[in-house]
Each structure stands twice: as structure tokens, then as C-alpha cells.
Design a protein around this ligand. Sequence first.
Ligand code: NAD
Length: 342
Amino acid sequence: MKTYCVAFIGCGRIASLHAGGYKANPQCKVVALTDVKEEAATAFAAKHEFGDAVLYTDYKKMLRQAKPDIVSICLWTGLHAQVVKDCAAAGVQAIHCEKPMAASWKDALAMAKAARKAGVQLTFNHQRRKLPAFQAARTLVKEGAIGKLLRIESFNPMNILDWGTHVVDMTFKMNGDVPVTRVLGQIDVRQGGSWFGLPYEQSAIGWLTFANGVTAVIQSGEQKEMSLGFRLHGTEGDIEILDAEPHLRIRRKGRSTWQAVKVKGNLHDAGDVHMKAVMRDITDGLSKGRKLELSVDHALRATEVIYAWFESALQRQTVELPLKPTSTTYLTVATASGAKSR
Ligand SMILES: NC(=O)c1ccc[n+]([C@@H]2O[C@H](COP(=O)([O-])OP(=O)(O)OC[C@H]3O[C@@H](n4cnc5c(N)ncnc54)[C@H](O)[C@@H]3O)[C@@H](O)[C@H]2O)c1
């Protein structure tokens, strides 16, 4: 069994989620930890018992000296593009980067291109795809439990770039990752804020049309019906995926009552199940050439919808995909709220 050397760039909060996945994967050995704050890397090494890992404050030096096979990038969004490009150029085999992809559609496309050119396996941490609630819901849809899927209603807790990337990504999953052809969106920028260094809007609503005719409406931010959740409407019934219990339920056509479906965990966490699956996919992708659910191709689809949503709000018209590689729309629209980056 081949063992892969793993390095971290960024040892903050979300890095701990990645750490759990690597620790559960016998093919992974964490060899390097990088953080501009030395104390963050030291504390991270102690917390996860990565005593053998070498600590760095400069990721370029780490790439040169540690020569890792796999790199987890756990940095704020605005840093993702450059660091992904540097890791690809340094010859790593796999990059697992935090979501959202990047602070512009142009940067997201550039990251994908750099990885393709260098032959690097690039994935993004849309880890919710691996949670049992979402997997069971997709299986029900796939097996025809609600007949033909017609319409999806999705509810996103807050901003569409950061949190919304999970919700858009999951909306894609529910419809079998069929491409979106058009996006109509509006956003409310009256009282935005700042999230991981980027400005965001207060509320938003987006209407997506998929190539198979399914439509989705996503309510986001403050003005919405529920916190996080999904309603899937089909010709033979409905499915709900809910933040509150039961996390998954189905109502078959002609029945007035919902039937709960038992799943492990909730819509955020399922013990070590989901991150274990994410890291197993990463090593399986390398050793078995398996196609990955968290691939850059899937991440690009969600990212394209998000930037098309901002573009639509700015242009006040429906945006047909593929989206042109315009780069400034998001910041133009979001900063109209007057939000300041922290
Ligand atoms: N997948 C998820 O569900 C999920 C959940 C929360 C956050 N996130 C994403 O994770 C990313 C990071 O969030 P976080 O909460 O871990 O942030 P954080 O602030 O806790 O951690 C970031 C770390 O990066 C370090 N850092 C900054 N610049 C660096 C550099 N150039 N080189 C090395 N280290 C550097 C900081 O010192 C800090 O320790 C964000 O993009 C966020 O959107 C994802």
C-alpha cells in the first residue's frame, strides 16, 4: 500500500476537519504544517499529535523542502488561487483546497487551468456531499422514490459565495450533477458584512434552470423560510432535507403524512464519516485513478452559478451559461453594501 506525505497550509479552525480525515487514512502521513503564525502550527501539531511533522511559516519554503504528495489548503478565500497555482507548479500530486474556490470567476478558472496543465488532482472541500443525509436523499431521487424530479427549493443560511457554495453544490448533487444552463438572481446589499476577508450581501434569491429541465430556487441570507434545508419535488412525491430532526423525510404522492428516513449525523457533521470518505477519495483518486465527487469540475459548476448570480443582479437580466470569465462583478456588487473587509 502506497503512503502519501501530506502537508497543511493554514492551521486554523477548518484545518482540524482535514486532520481528522488524514488521521483516519492509513495511506496518509502528515509531514509538514505551515502557518504564518508559528504558534498556530505548534498548537495544531499538539492538538492532532502530528509530532513528526516539520513546522514552517513560509509555504513556498515548505513546498521546496518537504516536497509533499498531498497538500491541504486551509486559508481564507482570497489566498486560494495563488497558493493552488504555486502548489501545482511545485509538483505536488494532489491539492485539497477549502471552499469557496476563489474571490472571482477568473481566479477559479485559472486554478483549474493550472492544475490541469500540471496534471495535479484538484479537489475542493464541499465535504457535505459525503454526509449520510445528502447521500441518502440523492439515492432516493436516483431510485425514483419521488418519480421524476421537477423542482428543488434550497435554503442557504448566509452569503452565497461562502456558505452558498455548499448549498449550490448540494443542489447540483440532488439533480445528479446535470449542468445549469441559466441563472436569474437578485441580491440585497443594504446591510452586508465581511466574511473571511471578503464583503458579502445580506439576502439573495436565485433561480436556476438545469439542462434536464429541473429548476431550483435558492433563498439565501436573512430573508428566507428556513435556516439550511432542501425540498425536492417530484412527480410522485416530495423529499425534505432539514437542519432540524428528522434530517431526512419523504412524502409519497397521495399520502398526507411524512415518513422520516433514519440517517447518521445531521446536515453539518456525522462524526468521522464524511471527512474519512473525503480523504479516502483523495488517495483512491491518486492510486486508482478514481473520478472524484469533490473534483474541481464539480466545484467549478457551483462557482460559476454563484458568479452568474451576481452578474445577473448587476445586469438585471437572466445570465446564460457558460459564464464569460469576467472577474470584477462579485466585488462590484457586494461592496455596494459599503461592507468593509475585516
Ligand atoms: N468546508 C467548510 O465547511 C468550511 C467551514 C469553515 C470555513 N471554511 C473555509 O476555510 C477557509 C479557512 O477558514 P478558517 O476558519 O480555518 O480560518 P482561520 O482564520 O481559522 O485559519 C486560517 C489560518 O491560515 C493562516 N494563514 C494566513 N495566511 C497564511 C499564509 N500565507 N500561509 C500560511 N498560513 C496562513 C492563519 O494564520 C490562520 O491560522 C475559508 O476559506 C473558509 O471559507 C470551510
